[in-house]
Design a protein around this ligand. Structure first.
Ligand SMILES: [Zn+2]
Length: 69
């Protein structure tokens, strides 16, 4: 395993939620077997979160621009 989407210990899908609850990427644990997941194991999640954050910021920018005053 270790493909970035599945736990390298139990092989089950990690999901995104553990990353939100962990706070820091290097503190993420598998929700199934509680194995500690390294930063490189969830690199894809970090990328996705950054893209989502960027999208929210851009969306907020345009939303504010559409509201007069
Ligand atoms: Zn696991």
């Amino acid at each position: 395993m270790g493909d970035g989407q599945h736990c390298p210990a139990c092989g089950r899908d990690i999901g995104v939620w553990p990353v939100f609850t962990a706070g820091l990427p290097n503190r993420v644990r598998c929700p199934h077997c509680s194995a500690r997941l390294g930063y490189h194991d969830i690199g894809w999640v970090v990328v996705v979160l950054l893209l989502v954050l960027a999208g929210v910021l851009v969306g907020a920018y345009y939303a504010v621009g559409l509201i007069p005053g």
